[in-house]
Design a protein around this ligand. Structure first.
Ligand SMILES: O=C(O)C(=O)C[C@H](O)[C@H](O)CO
Length: 281
């Protein structure tokens, strides 16, 4: 029952990565029971990061822990390969990648993309499958065909789709906050939760409740998490997470970066007030 958090990327007001804030955030999450840090994911605005910025996020995180999954994917394979090579010299759990997104490409290209990454990587290679965002579903059958994927984060409301990867004997996580409890309770290796940036305590409480057989409490906390996530979606999920980390964890993780605009002062205050009503810490 691992808790994996795809961390935010803390930017300064002029759009640079604040490595000190990365380290502070990672240290706190590990203290709060998070097992693995996923960098350059969706919550981390991965597709909006340059290769150098992805590397910076990885370097700052690995200074604190080697329990890192390093998302290296991009639409420029040579950049991706540079990051894979860079990671070869480091100790980490895995490199990961979403499939090439935006462009309509044949399945063979996706298979070759991952085979190319595997051929370059001396680390484990994980798939980040997020069909609604990438337009591609690299399902269990495709993973079998690729033949070298040893883990998957499947951001998918269809839990049965996620479960199929377990038949391949690979590390399997679901990336939907609303399926955090289900992911921890039903044979997956754990949950990947963006809400874990601001509410790692809730994920931990769900896990402890499940371990104690107290499904009622686990469900109650899952609903708190769902309500918080739905609140963030009303104002801009990825910008709102920066506000709620400060509100609930007590330190700043800087700002998102345009066009993921920071919330206005008024919107932030309303969000925080609503969030406090949902999660009475
Ligand atoms: O942010 C990520 O990389 C995640 O895996 C979490 C979710 O998949 C993502 O935020 C979409 O809700």
């Amino acid at each position: 029952m691992e808790i994996v958090v795809p961390i935010v990327t803390p930017f300064t007001s002029d759009g640079k990565i604040d490595e000190t804030k990365v380290r502070t955030h990672v240290e706190n999450l590990l203290k709060k029971g998070v097992d693995i840090i996923f960098v350059n994911g969706t919550t981390g605005l991965g597709p909006a990061l340059s290769a150098e910025e992805k590397r910076k996020m990885f370097d700052a995180t690995i200074e604190v822990t080697d329990k890192v999954i390093f998302q290296v994917g991009s639409l420029n394979l040579s950049e991706t390969m540079e990051l894979v090579s860079y990671a070869n010299k480091k100790d980490l759990i895995a490199v990961a990648s979403y499939p090439p997104y935006y462009f309509s490409i044949p399945k063979e290209f996706i298979v070759k993309y991952f085979k190319d990454i595997c051929s370059k990587s001396s680390n484990a290679v994980y798939l980040y499958n997020y069909p609604s965002a990438t337009g591609k579903d690299v399902d269990a059958d495709m993973v079998k065909e690729i033949g070298c994927i040893s883990g998957v984060k499947d951001t998918n409301p269809d839990f049965a789709h996620t479960l199929r990867y377990k038949e391949l004997g690979i590390k399997t996580y679901n990336g939907s906050d609303s399926l955090a409890m289900t992911s921890m309770a039903s044979g997956l290796d754990g949950t990947v939760s963006g809400a874990g940036n601001y509410a790692p305590e809730i994920l931990n409480q769900i896990r402890e409740s499940l371990r104690n057989g107290d499904v009622g409490s686990a469900i109650k906390n899952q609903f708190v998490l769902i309500d918080l996530v739905n609140l963030t979606k009303r104002v801009g999920q990825f910008s709102a997470i920066y506000e709620l980390v400060e509100e609930f964890q007590g330190y700043s993780v800087g700002y998102p970066r345009d066009p993921i605009y920071p919330l206005s002062k008024d919107s932030s205050e309303k969000l925080r007030e609503e969030a406090r009503k949902i999660w009475k810490k």
